[in-house]
Design a protein around this ligand. Structure first.
Ligand SMILES: Cc1ncc(COP(=O)(O)O)c(C=O)c1O
Length: 189
């Protein structure tokens, strides 16, 4: 028997927006990649922030800016710990498109040169395709497609060895596909 890592109904109860019926049915929401629903803990935290500490972060000297800055930096620490990453590597962005363009135009544009390859999986949203096409055009690098097996909707691991070579500088792949629901993680099970 497989054990569930978390209790889905408990998590659902944390989301006030899911506690409603649409067309007579309990709401099921599948558009999280575009706009995620917010759990009560986040709603309350945002409300506490605007009720008490709302001020310029890193751009003021009064006490509210100190509180806001401390909270802003504490959030960076929490995220770094969650990801197991150094705190100074956490950069806030407004969303996937902005973040990926930022990586492509800073890191990508800095390291890529003509003949380099950017391997992009076939199951990516265009937010993880277009930034690589643009930086490829700008640097002379090439976007190479990593195919998806049409029967299993899994990334074709058998082709990976052939696709990776000394010209490959970046591999771009989502954790979960919003089209097929495929989970890409170690072992690709
Ligand atoms: C699966 C998926 N990935 C990425 C994006 C882009 O996200 P963002 O709006 O954060 O740029 C979207 C937006 O709809 C999406 O649905």
């Amino acid at each position: 028997m497989t054990s569930r890592p978390f209790d889905v109904s408990q998590i659902r109860r944390d989301f006030p927006s899911l506690d409603q019926h649409i067309h007579g049915q309990p709401l099921v929401y599948l558009d999280s990649a575009a706009t995620s629903q917010k759990p009560r803990q986040v709603i309350e935290s945002i409300s506490r922030y605007y009720s008490g500490a709302n001020a310029n972060v890193h751009r003021g000297s009064h006490s509210l800016t100190t509180t806001a800055t401390n909270q802003f930096e504490a959030a960076r620490e929490t995220v770094a710990e969650f990801l197991g990453a150094p705190k100074n590597s956490i950069v806030w962005s407004r969303g996937a498109t902005e973040a990926l363009n930022l990586i492509a135009q800073s890191y990508g544009r800095h390291i890529l040169k003509p003949g380099d390859e950017i391997l992009v999986s076939e199951m990516e949203h265009h937010a993880n395709i277009v930034p690589w096409q643009l930086v490829a055009e700008q640097t002379g690098a090439k976007v190479v497609k990593w195919p998806v097996d049409p029967d299993s909707c899994q990334l074709d691991m058998a082709q990976l060895d052939a696709l990776l070579n000394s010209n490959t500088k970046l591999v771009c792949v989502c954790h979960v596909s919003n089209v097929t629901g495929t989970l890409n993680y170690s072992g690709n099970r």
